[in-house]
Structures are given as C-alpha cells and as structure tokens.
Design a protein around this ligand. Structure first.
Ligand code: ADP
Length: 608
C-alpha cells in the first residue's frame, strides 16, 4: 500500500505562519507609531519655537514709522521679554536687508566665525527664500534645513521699519530636538523588540491551541491510513476545531464500517471466484490480467499466468480479437465462443465492464470446460444410433421371416416351424434389449437403492445354483469357492443378484462347451470381492477397458448370436458404482477372463 506521510517542515506550518503574521502586525504597528511620534515630537518643538517668537515679538509692539534698524536691534537685545525666546544657547536671530539681501545683524555665533558659510547655510532655508521673493509674508514651514554647523529650524518674517524693509530670520538648532528624539527612539526601539518578542511568544502559544488539535487529527489520519481505527479524537471545545474533531470521529467511524463492508464483500467475491468451477480472468484497459481464479488455471492447464496479456490469451484460444480492437469499437461482436483447447472443449464468454467515463475499463472472460458435456452429447447421439441399430436388425429379420411365411413358407411345416422359432428368438432379444434399456433409463433417472442387510455368500450361492443348469447344458463346470467368512453388508438384494447373474451368464456365454467357471468370494482391503473366472474365449487386451461401455462388444456378430444386447456389463458397472464399489476385468485372449466385483463393507455401511 502506498503511504504518504506528510513531513512537518516548521517554516511551512500554520504555527510558523501565525507567529510571522503576529510579528509583522506588531512590527508594522510599532513602525507607524514610531514615524507618527517622531513627526509629532518635531512638530511640538517647532510649534513651541514659532509660537514663542510670535507672541513675544508681537508683545514688543514695534511701531514701523518711528522705529529704525538700530532701535529694533536695541529693543531685541535689551528687552527682557525676548530673552530666552529668541535668544538662547541654541537660538539666534538675524536681520537681513530685504532689498539687498545683506545680513545687517546676526546674534549667531556661527556668523561670527564664518560669515560666508553662515550666509550660504541660511539661504538654503525654504522659509527665507519664500519671504525674500515676497511669495509669503512669513515663513513657518516646519521642515528643517541641513547645514554644516548642524541642522536647524527657522521662522522668518518681514518687518517694515522707518529706514527700510527687513527680514527677521529666527534660527533654532535641531540638536536638542534630535537629542530628545534619540532618547525617544531608543525607548521605542526597545519597546518594539519587546513587542515583537511578546508577539512571537503569544503567537506561539496561540497557534498551538489551534495547531494542537490539527496535529491530533493529522496523527489520527496517519493511523487510519495504517488501518488503525481504534482511536477517537478528544473533543475539547465546542468551537470550529471541536466540531472538526467530532466530524473527524464520525468520518473515521463511517470509514471503518465502510471498509469492513468492502473487505467482507471482497472476501465474499474472492471466495466465490476461488471456489467456482467456471474460470474467470479479468483484464484491465491495457489488456493486463487483474484477476485470474484457480478454476481458470485448472481449465487452461496452467498455460495462462498473470503475465499473459489478453491478446496472447486470445491467440492461445484461437479467437481473432485484441484489446485494442475492443477499445476502438467499444463493444465485442461475438461474446460467446466454443473452441477446442488441446483435448478439451471450452466455452469462452467475453464481457466488458465500463468505468466512470462510460468507456470500456476492462474485459472479463468466463471459461467453462464443456468436455464432459460434449462427451455426453456424443454418447447420447451414439446411444440413439446404437439403439436404433440394435432394434432394426431383429425387426428386419422378423419382417423378412414373416413375409417369407406369408409368401407360402407356411405350407412347409418344418420351414414354418424353423422360421417361427427364429422370429421367437428375435422377439426375445428385442424384449431383453427393451428390458435392459429400461434398466439403463432407470439408472440415468437416478434410482434409489432399496438397501437391506444382505449376505453376499448366501446371495452368490443362490445365483450359482440357479445358473448351474445353464452351465450343465453346455457341459461346463460351475463351482463356487467361499474363501473366508463374508460379512453381511448393506445392499440392494435385487440389483446385486442381477449383477452376479449377468456376470455368470457372460462367463457361460463366452466359454466353450466343457469349459470351467469358478465363482470365488473373498474379502480384500475393506471390500467384499466376487470374482467370476472362466477359461473361455477371453478378451483382446485393447478391449478389456472398454467392455463396460454401453453397447460395446468385442465381437458384435457372436454377441448377437448369443442373444446379447451389449448393455449387460454397462448395467453391472452402474450397479456396482451405485453401491460405492467397482467392477473391472482381467483377461487373456483365448485363455479366459476374470471379472472382479468389489463391494465395500465398512465405508458403505458407515455412509448409511
Ligand atoms: P453382451 O450382451 O454382448 O454380452 P455385455 O455388456 O454383457 O454384452 O458384454 C460386453 C462384451 O464383453 C461382450 O460382447 C463380450 O465381447 C465381452 N465379454 C463379456 N464377458 C466376457 C467373458 N466372460 N469372456 C469374454 N468376453 C466377454
């Protein structure tokens, strides 16, 4: 049986996938939070910076008409309101002439250190560029500007004074924000690591509650494939998995009963196929043997094996048919064949069976050994021919003698008497023949033996006594020898009597005058043996085995002359066989014949 055991690769398991999904969800969530918080922190920083400047600067209440640049600078440097808000260790302000773009003042230390570099840096600011080009009155874009001396946020506004138009550039170093963000990110990073670790652990535990029952089902399914149905799954919950376990148990139960049913059906069919007398060979679509029963092997004398294809088999039987032809035509034209197979006669029947697609799936051949049937048919035909022949001969002579008598032979009393004597003999022969035929027909119809306790020695003595006169008529010596004490056996007295008389009659018939006939009784190997021996004409060796056949006679003319019907020994054999015994002959041509009748003692009695 082909066994497929699924290999559990952890990376392909549901458990692994669930863990990965949970981990990814956690990772994505944390990343979103991270980005959001980063943005939020920067936003807070910038808002704080910008709002502080706006409120404090507005609170200065600068009068455009009476304030010039020097006054403004003075206010900014001295007014305590702005200290810390626009000026601080990481904050500075720069005043630029809007018209010329010249830096008129800067509190920034970087300006003191390198004026050109400072100017290059601040002129990268989008806010400053927007206000310079007058596209906006103030620049409050949160995005920071990168510079060699450190990234910075800026807030820009234009200010008209009495001596010209100026731009106030407020700068706020991003270093502090970055420091806070760094700490913040550090916390988030470790938070993320812990969250992912927690997700893995929770995912593992959670997925186990799902995959645990699935593993149980898997193990049970494996057991079922091995033919073990004895284990039921434990139903631990009422959820989908619980229902799955219940359904699985039910399925396993149904599968078991179906399998038992199938196995029993299969066994039944196998037994039928193995013990049936008809040979069965089944072939698949490709013409290969699927099944061959012992009867088929027996009928075909083991000439066909499981490796013999349908085509080879048909060739062997002499039937012009191939599996390809059947597949093409999708039917078999001649389904029944009678063929001669060596010494045997076989009836071969062919049938197809179809699969789900209604196409021929295979061929079944049924073989019947009809040799016996054929033999019986031949025998029946011969029997009818023999009977007609046996009756026609005496009838012809009766007819011809009667005609001769009617034609005037009656006038001659001596001839008439002779002719009437012949007619009488022929009629006697016909009567005997009809009597024998009746007995045979009774046997064929299945007679019931009238069994009783019979003393074979008494019965044989009686037969010999009755036949003594006939023997004496031929000057023959007829004697009986009883070698030992012969037990009483169960037998049909009338038929055994008929059998013994028949054999003694034959001995007298086929032994010349003054011959010697001995009837001898003995017990041998559980049988009562009646042996009738004569020193008559004997039987040729090739005929000895056939004299028990119906109408078989060694010398037809002689037998007929002796008034024989050719049925006596056939009837004798049937009687012996009906008693569970046997009859056979030993003979030497010209020296004499021995006929042995065996009647079982014990076996026969036990069977009764
Ligand atoms: P039939 O009526 O011709 O005697 P049976 O069936 O009794 O027919 O015998 C068949 C044949 O067997 C006989 O025709 C005869 O040729 C041969 N036969 C039978 N018994 C003897 C015998 N004792 N000696 C020689 N031949 C015998």
């Amino acid at each position: 049986m082909l066994k497929i055991k699924p290999k559990t690769v952890f990376t392909r398991s549901i458990q692994w996938r669930l863990m990965i999904i949970l981990m990814l969800i956690t990772l994505i969530l944390m990343s979103v939070i991270w980005v959001f918080l980063n943005f939020q922190v920067e936003s807070i920083f910038y808002s704080d910076f910008k709002d502080g400047i706006e409120s404090k600067y507005n609170a200065l209440g600068i009068d455009e008409s009476s304030t010039d640049l020097n006054k403004l600078l003075n206010t900014l440097q001295t007014n305590p309101l702005v200290a810390g808000v626009i000026l601080g260790e990481d904050k500075s302000y720069t005043i630029i002439d809007k018209k010329t773009g010249e830096i008129r003042y800067s509190s920034d230390l970087a300006y003191q250190a390198d004026k050109i570099q400072f100017r290059n840096d601040i002129f990268k600011s989008e806010n400053l560029l927007a206000v310079m080009s007058s596209t906006a009155a103030s620049g409050e874009n949160q995005s920071y500007t990168r510079s060699k001396n450190g990234d910075f946020y800026d807030y820009v506004r234009s200010q008209t004074l009495s001596d010209g138009e100026y731009i106030l550039f407020f700068k706020y170093s991003r270093a502090k924000a970055l420091m806070v963000l760094d700490k913040f990110n550090n916390i988030i990073f470790w938070g993320m690591i812990s969250a992912v670790a927690a997700a893995i652990v929770i995912g593992y535990i959670l997925s186990r509650t799902i995959t645990g029952p699935i593993h149980d089902i898997m193990r049970k399914a494996e057991k079922i494939t091995d033919g073990e149905f004895g284990y039921a799954l434990e139903v631990r919950s009422e959820d989908e998995l619980g229902k799955l376990a219940k359904t699985f148990n039910y399925m396993s139960f149904r599968l078991k009963s179906m399998l038992t049913e199938i196995i029993s059906e299969k066994k039944k069919i196998e037994t039928v196929l193995n013990y049936m007398t008809d040979g069965i060979i089944a072939y698949n679509r490709e013409g290969q043997v699927i099944h061959i029963n012992p009867a088929a092997q027996n009928i075909l004398d083991s000439q066909v094996s499981e490796n013999t294809s349908f085509d080879e088999f048909m060739q062997l039987l002499g039937i012009a048919l191939t599996s390809q032809q059947i597949q093409q035509e999708q039917f078999i034209q001649d389904t029944s064949h009678r063929i001669q197979y060596g010494e045997k006669y076989l009836k071969v029947q062919l049938a197809t069976f179809t699969g789900e697609d209604n196409h021929i799936d295979g061929i079944i051949t049924v073989l019947q050994d009809i040799t016996e049937e054929q033999k019986l048919e031949k025998m029946r035909r011969e029997f009818v021919a023999n009977v007609s022949h046996e009756l026609r001969t005496p009838l012809t002579s009766v007819k011809s003698y009667t005609e001769t008598l009617l034609d005037g032979a009656l006038q001659d009393p001596a001839t008439a008497e002779h002719f009437l004597g012949v007619i009488n003999d022929e009629t006697d022969r016909m009567t005997r023949l009809v009597k024998d035929l009746l007995t045979i027909s009774q046997h064929d119809g299945g007679i019931k033996l009238n069994l009783e306790d019979v003393s074979i020695s008494d019965l044989t003595t009686n037969c010999v006594e009755r036949m003594k006169r006939e023997a004496q008529n031929k000057g023959q010596e007829l004697k009986l020898i009883i070698k030992q004490n012969i037990p009483i056996i169960k037998a049909d007295r009338y038929r055994i009597d008929q059998l013994i008389i028949n054999i003694i009659e034959n001995a007298i018939k086929y032994t010349p005058e003054r011959g010697r006939i001995t009837v001898q009784l003995s017990c041998e190997k559980g049988n009562v043996v009646i042996m009738v021996e004569d020193n008559g004409i004997g039987i040729p060796e090739q005929d000895v085995g056939r004299i028990f056949e119906r109408f078989y006679r060694v010398d037809k003319a002689r037998s007929r002359q002796m008034g024989g019907t050719g049925l006596g020994l056939a009837i004798a054999k049937e009687i012996a066989v009906l008693h569970g015994g046997n009859i056979f002959a030993k003979s030497k041509l010209g020296r004499g014949t021995q006929i042995f009748i065996e009647l079982p003692m014990k076996k026969w009695q036990q069977a009764l």
